[in-house]
Design a protein around this ligand. Structure first.
Ligand SMILES: NC(=O)c1ccc[n+]([C@@H]2O[C@H](COP(=O)([O-])OP(=O)(O)OC[C@H]3O[C@@H](n4cnc5c(N)ncnc54)[C@H](OP(=O)(O)O)[C@@H]3O)[C@@H](O)[C@H]2O)c1
Length: 388
């Protein structure tokens, strides 16, 4: 296949990440031909910013275009499975955002066990539609493509070591996105919305180890988790809070999950919206013969200091720090360090070369399974065994 025509459905934060990443590839291997968003104005602003020729408000009209082979879906989470199935049925290859899907009702509308069943039905329906239509699916888990994680894979190969204990985290002071406040649009709180990344990363690493050593991914066997709404703490509620997002309605803003893998290895993953000091994207891998510390954010490739944050003017330093003053750790190229251009390059090449991308449907599906098992565990106060 020559140049790939791309359509983007969604036109805000994550769409920006997709378009910036694709812009780095544009010209030779792919071209963004159309954008679709619910609100015409936001699609038009986005189209102008990225020089995209066609704008839609109905995703089916975008999917009807014959010159589009690959569709990316940076839309609200509750629409991921619906749009993924429509796109697959239209014969389009796909990039799905994290999390692949979930259960979208009010948090107290049903038990977590019933939610788990519904989330898996949605996830199974996407897998089935993609298989039926033989389309390639890239799961936009950027941790998989972040350069420090790529180096970790090479170090695993070199050392021949076994991952015994993984510790991972994505945390910050709260999301900007309105959909994230409610279970009915987000499908869960910090464990799903942010935890997808570190949970996806540890699942990926054990899959990778298994595939390398025995041709079979090592999968998650059971999950033990807890969740909380720490922004409801009296200390945070006492006054309009200056630093933490407090607008959460029925979703958790703190979570911890312990995953046990088929070979007995463990992973401990934290995901919170109550953590000051900028975004933390971290993985520590304790192998039986080595230790690797992955610092996607913050990292020390650049350390800058100013006694007053105003000294840096409008120059971006790093995401979600409360101040630009004092010592700061900006990445010289944050998108690259997080793996965004690398994931899009792999997805476009996978479509052109008719192969599986490094991050695909198995990882997307297992991440939803593990997180919803975590919700069951937190509600019922027990370890949840995964039955496959
Ligand atoms: N991989 C990552 O690092 C990363 C980072 C952030 C987010 N994400 C994921 O990306 C997704 C979007 O998050 P976001 O932060 O970009 O949210 P956002 O800023 O709220 O944007 C959501 C987008 O969905 C569009 N939309 C809503 N309903 C639609 C419909 N019926 N048809 C077409 N478009 C519709 C909105 O359109 P209008 O604006 O026109 O109303 C908007 O463009 C989420 O699933 C999130 O988990 C991933």
């Amino acid at each position: 296949m020559d140049r790939i025509g791309i359509g983007i459905i969604g036109a805000r934060f994550a769409a920006d990440l997709h378009a910036h990443a694709l812009s780095r590839l544009r010209g030779s291997t792919c071209e963004i031909l159309a954008v679709c968003s619910r609100t015409k104005e936001s699609a038009e602003i986005f189209a102008k910013k990225f020089n995209i020729p066609h704008v839609y408000t109905d995703h089916r009209a975008l999917l009807d275009r014959k010159d589009i082979q690959l569709v990316t879906l940076p839309v609200v989470t509750s629409l991921h499975h619906v749009l993924a199935i429509d796109a697959a049925d239209a014969g389009k290859h796909l990039v799905v955002e994290k999390p692949l899907t979930g259960c979208f009702v009010d948090a107290d509308a049903m038990s977590r066990q019933a939610m788990f069943a519904e989330a898996m039905q949605n996830a199974d329906a996407v897998v089935e539609a993609c298989r039926r239509n033989r389309v390639t699916v890239g799961y936009a888990e950027n941790f998989v493509y972040a350069p420090p994680v790529a180096k970790l894979r090479r170090l695993m190969d070199a050392s021949g070591g076994t991952l015994l204990d993984l510790r991972a985290e994505e945390s910050h002071s709260g999301s900007h996105a309105a959909y994230s406040r409610r279970w009915s649009t987000a499908g869960g709180g910090s464990m799903l919305r942010m935890g997808s990344h570190p949970i996806g990363a540890v699942i990926h690493l054990k899959h990778y180890e298994g595939l390398k050593k025995s041709g079979k991914p090592i999968r998650v066997k059971s999950v033990l988790a807890d969740v909380a709404q720490l922004s409801k703490h009296p200390a945070v509620q006492a006054a309009p809070h200056k630093y933490l997002v407090t607008a959460w309605e029925d979703v958790e803003d703190w979570s911890a999950a312990i995953l046990t893998f088929e070979d007995g290895a463990k992973a401990t993953v934290f995901s919170t919206d109550v953590s000051l000091g900028g975004v933390k994207n971290l993985v520590t891998a304790y192998l039986d013969n080595a230790v690797v510390q992955v610092n996607i954010n913050p990292n020390t490739s650049l350390q800058v200091y100013a006694p007053d944050g105003k000294i840096w003017g409008d120059e971006y330093l790093t995401e979600k720090v409360e101040t630009k003053g004092g010592w700061q750790f900006p990445s010289p190229d944050e998108d690259w360090m997080r793996g965004y251009p690398q994931e899009m390059e792999d997805f476009v090449d996978a479509v052109r070369e008719r192969r599986e991308p490094l991050s695909g449907l198995l990882l997307a599906h297992e991440t939803v399974e593990v997180i919803y098992a975590g919700y069951v565990s937190a509600q019922e106060g027990r370890r949840v065994e995964l039955v496959r």
